[in-house]
Design a protein around this ligand. Sequence first.
Ligand code: TXA
Ligand code: MG
Length: 333
Amino acid sequence: MKTEHPTQILTISPENLAKAADVLRAGEVVAFPTETVYGLGANAYDGVAVAKIFAAKGRPSFNPLISHGADLDMLRAEAVFDDRALSLADKFWPGPLTMILPRSPQCRISDLASAGLPTVALRVPAHPVARALITAAGVPIAAPSANASGQLSPTAPHHVMASLGGRIPLILAGGATEFGVESTVVDLSGSDVVIVRPGAITAEDIADVLDCPVTYDLGATDTPRSPGQLLRHYAPRTALRLRAVDVAPDEALLAFGSTKFMGIRGGGKATDLPEDRVRNLSEKGDLLEASANLFAYLRALDDAGSKGIAVMDIPDTGIGIAINDRLKRAAAG
Ligand code: TXA
Ligand code: MG
């Protein structure tokens, strides 16, 4: 990927925290320390900002990201917290525990941050810099580890610089991280309590609080060993037809760029299709905008009840690679 930003490294001061929060509010990404690893954060409500995380990491696919809050209050409206979730928040937040919970009806976390899933992953980090930054930004911050795809998670600012220097505007340098491994991810979206990524907080720690069995299902993390383990990803019910150059009469259209030259098989123009059967990922052909819209639009077309979804060709460059990866999985499912 081309160099877009000279990367600034800022030490921790009230002025620099305010500056980093401004950058986040402006829809840009910022690397910051947590007690586990350095995160690459963006406003979780802003799909285009979240798309910049994937673009900077050069991630070939969209994994769901953790949204970080300054405290429980900041996250409370985003998910359905049952008694188990409230007990775990009380005991382990702030700290290295991420909970997967059902998205609430009023949830504002972007579909891209949760990869189109009906659940969200939430955490309140314990690192004072992370909490001060999130408080100043005033919105939940989506953040995976601040490294390029395929590299190790960074535990010090110079790791971030080595991996993402030139691709991100800002690194908040807050020293080495305490744990060095990512947070424990516990799935509370069903009736069973399942750890999908091990971390500093163990199954035993969680079982002690909840007084129920807690199991590990480590196939479900971001390095799935078989396609079946991708089941936690959003899959539309409607069949997808990729690289479509026309639309069948019973299909919906997921467009990218101009639809001026798209025809309906047997006669007619795509521009005449009923509104509920067309979504344009980006009329101006902007891949960041397209990735921000991808999951919401797929879901909308899936709900429109068409026989299939014709998907226009999307350039396989930059974040387009991740969009195409996701579309291929959705088409195969
Ligand atoms: O320690 C950490 O958690 C670090 C720091 C920066 O906070 N963050 C981090 O984020 O590791 P990330 O996005 O790389 O890890 C998210 C993990 C992945 O394993 C992902 O598959 C899982 O959580 N995850 C997120 N949302 C999920 C969801 N809705 N359902 C299932 N798994 C989910
Ligand atoms: Mg990572």
